[in-house]
Ligand binder design. Structure first.
Ligand code: FAD
Length: 345
């Protein structure tokens, strides 16, 4: 038989009122804050202003006070800093437990994390420990004035609709946002804020996992979300060999190759190049969409790029609706001409 799912008990609506403030998890790697954390502080600032509450960062690690200070420069009023040898390397258990206990102590009403590999792992665990909800991969966050609820918008049903999700009775309202979805705020090194030292109660022998070794991914790793120029190709490119045309254009511009899912599924480029709902979200200065029709699942991953150049032989292709510049024609004629023209510059 099927068992009824028991309702998870979070704070009741009355208790929810005790929760105040917006928190952002500050992720870091090798002594540097993750850009998505600063982007979230930018987004968090808008939410905190709308609610007239404080914006706080929370950072865990060892020897990370400098990064906590960066959090202030990017807009946090306070940063909770938890340093301990147990937290030196990221591990789900001690991180989730430490954060959950601090959330219980300070009761923020909103808690945002980056939808990175680490953030995805951590957010689910923290939400479970706190018996609250979590909306993954939001593309927009805003406040409904009267109810003070966080409106969490994300693509749903295979990207066919944009769903706005609210977490009515449970606190904090938790959401993850992918890198580059929110704009990067200005860093202000003059900004003043408070760094508050906190303690983790988790001891090493309680933690079941140990980090034995860190192995860096090979030099071939693609960092699409950090690229300023992306030259992306779709099914229209026709073959793996034909991607050489796009590679040449990318080389001349110092860009990175991107791809639609159709091109990745055809085996023309590895999945690390995929842009879109099930790939990477990108926000480069210039995005070339070449032989890509502009399906909604592709658009959600690239439509906030500063400048979009679309090349497609079908004048009705939906990609032209989001394009800054549209070129109707055969990519095999246009791309080599563009490459040549840029080479002359
Ligand atoms: P097509 O739609 O086939 O378009 C090819 C285009 O090339 C056409 O517009 C054609 O006019 C043009 N063309 C052909 N020859 C030439 C030429 N010689 N010169 C110029 N133009 C030419 N897709 C993604 O990209 N990313 C995702 O993350 C993603 N996630 C998905 C998740 C789900 C749950 C689902 C259901 C789908 C997802 N998709 C995703 C797939 C998406 O729906 C589309 O199928 C896909 O984006 C189509 O890729 P395309 O534009 O390359 O191919």
């Amino acid at each position: 038989g099927i068992e009824r799912i028991k309702e998870v008990k979070g704070p009741t609506q009355g208790e929810a009122g005790e929760y105040k403030g917006v928190w952002v998890f500050i992720e870091h790697q090798e002594g540097e804050g993750a850009p998505v954390s600063w982007e979230l502080l930018g987004a968090g600032r808008q939410l905190a202003n709308a609610l007239e509450v404080e914006l706080c960062g929370i950072i865990l690690g060892q020897g990370v006070e400098k990064i906590a200070q960066e959090g202030v420069f990017y807009g946090a009023d306070k940063v909770y800093l938890v340093e301990s040898p147990v937290l030196a390397q990221y591990r789900s258990e001690p991180y989730a437990e430490t954060i959950a206990s601090l959330v219980q102590k300070y009761k923020p009403e909103i808690f945002l994390l980056g939808a990175t590999t680490l953030g995805r792992d951590l957010s689910g665990r923290v939400a479970t420990l706190l018996s609250t909800g979590l909306t993954a991969d939001c593309t927009q966050l805003s406040i409904e004035k009267d109810s003070r609820l966080l409106l969490q918008t994300r693509p749903a049903f295979g990207g066919n609709i944009m769903a706005t999700i609210v977490c009515k009775n449970y606190r904090p309202q938790m959401a993850t946002v992918r890198p580059r979805v929110m704009p990067m705020p200005q860093r202000d090194p003059e900004r003043k804020g408070e760094i508050i030292q906190e303690k983790s109660l988790v001891t090493e022998n309680e933690v079941k996992t140990k980090v034995v070794e860190l192995i860096r991914e090979g030099g071939s790793a693609v960092y699409l979300d950090k690229a300023d120029i992306i030259v992306a190709g779709g099914r229209g490119v026709g073959s793996k060999e034909n991607f050489a045309y796009l590679q040449e254009l990318a080389d001349v511009l110092g860009g990175t190759l991107g791809a639609s899912r159709a091109a990745v599924e055809a085996g023309w480029l590895p999945v690390a190049h995929q842009v879109g709902q099930t790939g990477t979200t990108v926000r480069p200065k210039v995005y070339f969409a070449i032989g890509i029709s502009g399906a909604i699942q592709h658009l959600v991953g690239m439509q906030t790029s500063d400048v979009i150049v679309a090349i497609n032989k079908d004048p009705e292709a939906p990609i032209f609706k989001v394009a800054t510049y549209g070129i109707v024609g055969d990519l095999f004629t246009i791309v080599p001409k563009l490459t040549e023209a840029f080479r002359q510059k």
